[in-house]
Design a protein around this ligand. Structure first.
Ligand SMILES: Cc1cc2nc3c(=O)[nH]c(=O)nc-3n(C[C@H](O)[C@H](O)[C@H](O)COP(=O)(O)OP(=O)(O)OC[C@H]3O[C@@H](n4cnc5c(N)ncnc54)[C@H](O)[C@@H]3O)c2cc1C
Length: 499
């Protein structure tokens, strides 16, 4: 049974409707083709979007604004997925917001930045294309959706040579989701929650023609669609697929949304789709333990360090939160982030960090001895670690791990400390696509009518591992490919309003 989230209802309040009501819904949105549809179908739309996270909602809005009838189906009872859990940060190279802040940037600089961190990979052309449209994308979010996003000027996160991330002021992906959901509601786009797509439906020629909704406790429905957009994220919540494709991080806890079960990969494989960059993933080296919220990487980027239970550093924190996750996992001991009060003041601007502080997730110490005592760390070793790090930060010695960006360090009292654990955030491998989001077969030909974006598609963070992940890559492929595939799908149907 389809459970539609009515545009007229308060967001996130869901209700049940019957098949009769589905027909009424069809009438309301003016779907004239319904009568002609074979009785085997419960519904007929121009564009069916599978998954109500960032990619799905962006795709739906873009397709709707081009003139299509769109429906979104979501497996879980609430839209949001990983997008709601993210910091909502998206790069936009050369955006008008950067220009207003006198930041010199361009797609070419971004392309070079992404290539420096990720190298050449199986979807380099998609990475270049998304860099080229990234400014347009951020401006579309603000102007058309509309979403409350602004340029982050306080820091440039991992992989970016200039500040180019645009995010909600709160740095909460939920705010971005709320704005996208409001955009969906404003446009009267149908959104059905609690409806897992079980399989894609194809014609005898192998063209995708719709999807079957079915599952435990769900009445099955068949939705006919001229175009289908897979926006159902990757496979990080599927332990078997993580072991198969990303074994190096299989031991880390998954900190993302539970919906990422890898259906896109499974359906795609069955249709002969190619897979791309399957061993790449986004990790996070510093999830606060036991709170489970992110310790802002600003605390490390601005000069903090990570130490193990021996009070020793074990790598160059400059490689970033994603690449560093594997090193934290390898310690197989407790790991702690240490920073100082000046750094805390900067991180205090972020809501999630302030929440963590309020929950007692970070603890203060007036001296190294107090710091060590908080978690039973060996005081002499910790003192040596901080002394040699501070010397390197002061330019008096080379850092033994090769770190050369020290932010505000040398660290000063008062110190702050947080116990952290590594996490897997999302997988970066997925279906092979072209720059317009079309899913490609292994031989490079398109699977007719099928698009993918976000975690369902291959990512732009290198072929393998976590070190190729630049901040914002996840949402750039989600919102970016949603925007592109939604528009492309409608243009191919010849429904474009502008025509
Ligand atoms: C804690 C955290 C922080 C992050 N921070 C950032 C950041 O700041 N910037 C950034 O770029 N990236 C970040 N990421 C990564 C980013 O969140 C993801 O890459 C991005 O949200 C993926 O978007 P999506 O639309 O593909 O997937 P999602 O947002 O997960 O949406 C997919 C939706 O599809 C639904 N679905 C799945 N299967 C089915 C099915 N069979 N039928 C129907 N529906 C289905 C899911 O339930 C889900 O609601 C972060 C990730 C995490 C976990």
């Amino acid at each position: 049974m389809l459970r539609w989230q009515s545009p007229g209802e308060r967001l996130l309040i869901n209700f049940l409707i019957s098949r009769k009501q589905v027909k009424e819904f069809q009438a309301r949105v003016g779907n004239e083709q319904m009568d002609a549809v074979d009785k085997q179908w419960d519904m007929n739309v121009d564009v069916l979007v599978i998954g109500a996270g960032g990619c799905g909602l962006a795709a739906a809005i873009a397709a709707h604004d081009e003139g299509a009838q769109v429906a979104i189906v979501e497996k879980r009872d609430k839209p949001g997925g990983n997008t709601a859990l993210s910091t909502g940060s998206i790069p936009g190279a050369g955006s008008r917001f950067q220009k207003a802040a006198n930041i010199i940037d361009s797609p070419e600089i971004m392309i070079a930045d992404l290539e420096r961190i990720a190298g050449q990979h199986e979807l380099s052309q998609v990475s270049d294309y998304l860099s080229r449209i990234s400014a347009e994308l951020c401006e579309w979010l603000v102007d058309s959706v509309p979403a409350r996003m602004s340029l982050i000027t306080d820091y440039c996160h991992v992989g970016h040579s200039v500040p180019r991330l645009h995010a909600p002021a709160s740095r909460r992906g939920q705010d971005l989701m709320d704005d996208l959901l409001a955009g969906v509601a404003k446009r009267d786009i149908a959104l059905a929650v609690g409806n897992p797509v079980q399989s894609l439906l194809t014609s005898s020629d192998g063209d995708v023609i719709g999807a079957l909704i079915a599952g435990k406790g769900v009445e099955s429905s068949r939705i006919k669609a001229s175009k289908v957009i897979l926006a159902c994220n990757g496979f990080a919540a599927n332990r078997d697929l993580v072991k198969e494709f990303c074994p190096e991080i299989a031991g880390a806890e998954y900190f993302g949304a539970l919906g990422s079960q890898g259906e896109a990969v499974q359906w795609g494989r069955a249709l002969g789709a190619g897979l791309a960059n399957m061993a790449a993933y986004q990790g996070y080296a510093a999830v606060a333990y036991p709170h489970g919220s992110l310790l802002s990487w600003t605390t490390l980027e601005k000069g903090g360090v990570l130490v193990n239970s021996q009070g020793e550093r074990f790598g160059n924190e400059d490689i970033g939160y994603s690449g560093y996750a594997r090193l934290v996992l390898e310690q197989q001991t407790e790991v702690f982030a240490i920073f100082d009060d000046r750094i805390k003041t900067i991180a205090d601007k972020e809501d999630e960090f302030r929440d963590l502080v309020e929950l007692g997730g970070i603890k203060a110490a007036a001296s190294t001895a107090e710091l060590a005592a908080l978690f039973n760390l060996p005081v002499d070793k910790l003192a040596n670690t901080l002394a040699s790090y501070n010397q390197a930060a002061d330019g008096k010695a080379a850092d033994r791990f090769g770190r050369n960006k020290f932010g505000l360090a040398p660290l000063q009292t008062k110190y702050w400390i947080c116990r952290v654990t590594p996490g897997l955030f999302h997988t970066q491998g997925g279906l092979k696509i072209d720059t317009t989001g079309h899913v490609l077969r292994r031989d490079g030909s398109r699977i007719p009518n099928l698009f993918a974006g976000g975690g369902a598609a291959g990512g732009i963070s290198g072929r393998a591992g976590a070190a190729g992940y630049a901040s914002g890559n996840g949402l750039l492929t989600a919102i970016g490919l949603g925007y592109v595939s939604g528009r492309t799908a409608v243009q191919e149907l010849g429904l474009n309003l502008a025509q």
